[in-house]
Each structure stands twice: as structure tokens, then as C-alpha cells.
Design a protein around this ligand. Sequence first.
Ligand code: FE
Ligand code: ZN
Ligand code: FE
Length: 195
Amino acid sequence: MAKTGTLHDAFIDELRDTYDAEKQLVKALPKLARAASSADLRGAFESHLEETRGQVERLEQVFGSLDEKVRGKHCDGIAGIIEEGKSIMEEDFDDGTMDACLIAAGQRAEHYEMAAYGTLVAWARAMGHTEAADLLQETLDEEKAADQKLTSLAEGGINQEAAAAKDPQEEDEATPAASRKKTATRSAAKSSRRR
Ligand code: FE
Ligand code: ZN
Ligand code: FE
């Protein structure tokens, strides 16, 4: 059977997938911002939300430059990453640990997007879609900067704050009653809370 699918078809598919991914992120980023305790981290999520809205519009320009209708196609990859982020927000971590985990979740999304845009730019260039390639490169640069911002927040204090946070259950180690309570609480606690 003749195979008719081309790189151009795959490219349009990837654009639709990425368009949908950005739209999912427009909904998810406010939740990450709300869950953050650090004002700087909340600010980083909020400013990347604004940037993400611009990325949705930029993808609409890309479709336009290719004479393609603007269309999304459900992105399972980012949906999974967002789902994992939601589970983290349900944990009862101390504030510093939660912030460290929100950064980890955010960086998974940024890296997924960097992979997607890296491919899109390379394919657009290979096919001579220069206008599309330049637009996609702008977004790729924004995703890389957003990732670096999260790294600098993590390494600039949030990870240290999380590492220094005391386990409240270990503070009342002294009294036997508290110790018994601790043991009971521990066995009930999710193993993921323990290092
Ligand atoms: Fe994005
Ligand atoms: Zn996807
Ligand atoms: Fe992003």
C-alpha cells in the first residue's frame, strides 16, 4: 500500500498537539501559582501564564503562515504531566517542600515543551518554512528562559528552605505518648512522604 503521509503532515500534527498543550497549560498554571507559598515562585508562574497566552497566539500565527486552519489535537503527554502536578498539590507537604515540588512539576512541563518546540523548529527549517521557524524559535527561547527561572528559584533558596524544614513528628520525640502517636501516624502516612 502506498504511504502518503509526509513530514509536512507530521509537522501539522505536532503543531496541533502543541497548540492543545499550551491551552492545557493556560488552565494549569494558575493552579500552580495559587499553590505556591514563595511570592517569587508565584510571580514566576503568573508571568509564564501571560507568556503562555502569547504562545497560543503565536501558534495561531504559525498556522496562518502555513495557510492551515487553527486546530488542536489532545496532547496526552502534557495531560499526564499536569495530572502528576495535581497529585503533588494534594500531598500535605510543608510550604518549602511544596514549593520545591511545584518547581519540579513546572520544569517537567517546560522540558516537554522544549522538546516539542525544538522538533518543530528543526522540521520547519528543514522544509523551508522560515516564518514558522522564526516564530517557533521565539517560543522555544521563552520556554528555556522559564525553565532557567525555575532552576534559579530552586537553587536560590527554595530547595534549602525545604531541606531545612523540620518534621513536626520528630520534634516531640521526647515524650513516650507523642512517640506512640508518631509511630501510628507514620505507618498511616504515605510512603512517598518519607525519604
Ligand atoms: Fe508554552
Ligand atoms: Zn503532546
Ligand atoms: Fe512553558
